[in-house]
Design a protein around this ligand. Structure first.
Ligand code: HEM
Length: 428
């Protein structure tokens, strides 16, 4: 069952028969079936974005990876339309979300809305903190946080039932990313609430929350500047202050916002989606229990089969080109359907089957749940590690864990592009 989406986002549904809108409730309720059917129509299919603007859906594994590697498809629409013009899709989208105009600049400063050379500069500044070695060093602390949360789980249970989303899946990644960035413990519930507001994409909540976050981050930066430490926030402030404009004011604020939000909103749902998948596939869970060395492969497969991000940001063609034989004109928008690519039968045997042994150790990651190419998820190693720790520790500590509701009654949020449970009640 799926909740009814917020009204402004559904205004255009059904307006163009044969051109599905990403907010269509049928697609949100069954993205694997719905987007899977589009994939079988062709590698490139005409559709509509939430704001009714036309998009080309790219549906198949090979074509999705090809476009994400192709620098003729850009993230910043201003590169192909006059900046600030009403024709600029980002401006139109931000307007539609009710984002006050003087805040648009923050969205434009995001690593995800930029292309080379700005993207390269921004990515270089933060990627040092997310190397595989740095992330590996964090593992004992991630395990400690997970163990603490699991030890406290029974305190939140009623008649043996507890919701894993607020008591395990959210606090684990939010604690990890806040410690890494340098966000104080007392501020974390506020960030969690902001994140919850932003992902709804409901205009009134965005209009209220976004300015409050920006103001808070500016204050945080000013405060930390007087007593720099070795956290990521201090490192970014140094890059801004000492190093001749390597990072602008707006970029600094937007980077902090992006890291904290991207760092927990997605991973929390990998943990709940993955747990629900394992609890409804006891044969796979038994494999994992018998062989904890399977954890890395299991996390790859849970990302492929139940990853929380179903599509990338829009890309825009910087010149006339084609994808899989379909002509794409300069300025047109392209939506990469990770959810459809990850179940493409041209790439996977029996793609709808959850098979934790699909990705043997040492084999490179074999799905597009973290994207691909230049904007490949910066936090992928961290998210994978959090997944490994979460599943490993949860099932070891609670060997009897089971779903406390019928799987058909698990409720999901109706947010285009993401796959998230509203709650995950389990019996300990
Ligand atoms: C980019 C998914 C966790 C930070 C992306 C992209 C995807 C993604 C699909 C590419 C978007 C595009 O190309 O349009 C996920 C999933 C996660 C996760 C499914 C968890 C399971 C994290 C974490 C962080 C993070 C823990 C913390 C640092 C970022 C950033 C980008 C990004 C900064 C932008 C990279 C760039 O533009 O170069 N993520 N992510 N993500 N992710 Fe993640």
């Amino acid at each position: 069952m799926t909740e009814a989406p917020a009204s402004p986002l559904t205004a255009y549904i059904g307006k163009h028969p044969g051109e599905p809108n990403v907010a269509d409730p049928a697609l949100l309720a069954d993205p694997f079936g719905g987007y899977g059917a589009l994939r079988e129509q062709g590698p490139v299919v005409r559709g509509r974005f939430v704001d009714d603007s036309p998009v080309w859906f790219v549906t198949r594994f090979d074509e999705v990876r090809e476009v994400l590697r192709d620098q003729r498809f850009v993230n910043n629409p201003a590169a192909v339309t006059a900046e600030g013009s009403r024709e600029d899709p980002l401006t139109r989208w931000l307007d539609m979300l009710g984002m006050p105009e003087h805040f648009h600049v923050y969205m434009r400063g995001s690593i995800l809305n930029n292309d080379a050379p700005d993207h390269t500069r921004l990515r270089r500044l933060v990627s040092r903190a997310f190397t595989a070695r740095k992330i590996n060093d964090l593992r004992p602390r991630v395990e400690e946080i997970a163990d603490d949360l699991l030890a406290r789980l029974p305190e939140h249970a009623e008649d043996g039932v507890v919701d894993l989303l607020p008591h395990f899946a959210y606090p684990l990644p939010i604690t990890v990313i806040c410690e890494l960035v340098g966000i104080a413990e007392e501020d974390r519930p506020q960030w969690r609430a902001w994140g919850a507001d932003l992902v709804t994409m409901e205009p009134e909540r965005l209009a209220r929350t976004f300015p409050a976050m920006i103001e808070h981050i500016h204050a945080l930066v000013d405060e930390r500047r007087s007593a720099l430490t070795d956290d990521l926030l201090s490192e970014l402030i140094r890059a801004h202050d000492d190093d001749g404009g390597r990072l602008s004011d707006v970029e600094l604020v937007t980077m902090i916002l992006t890291l904290v939000l991207a760092g927990h909103e997605t991973t929390a749902h990998l943990i709940t989606n993955g747990t629900a998948a394992l609890l409804t596939h006891p044969d796979q869970l038994a494999l994992l229990r018998n062989d904890p060395a399977l954890l890395p492969s299991a996390v790859h497969e849970l990302m492929r089969w139940a990853g929380p991000v179903h599509m990338t940001q829009l890309r825009f063609a910087a010149e006339d080109t084609e994808i899989g034989g379909t002509p794409i004109r300069r300025g047109e928008a392209v939506q990469l359907l990770l959810v459809a690519a990850n179940r493409d039968p041209r790439h996977y045997d029996d793609p709808d089957r959850l098979d934790l042994t699909r990705h043997p150790a040492g084999k490179a990651e074999n799905h597009v749940g973290f994207g691909h190419g230049m904007h490949y998820c910066l936090g992928a190693s961290l998210a994978r590690q959090e997944g490994e720790v979460a599943f490993g520790r949860l099932f070891a500590r609670h060997p009897e864990l089971s779903l406390a509701v019928d799987p058909a009654d698990l409720q999901r949020a109706a947010v285009p592009g993401s796959w998230r449970l509203i709650a995950l009640p389990v019996r300990l």
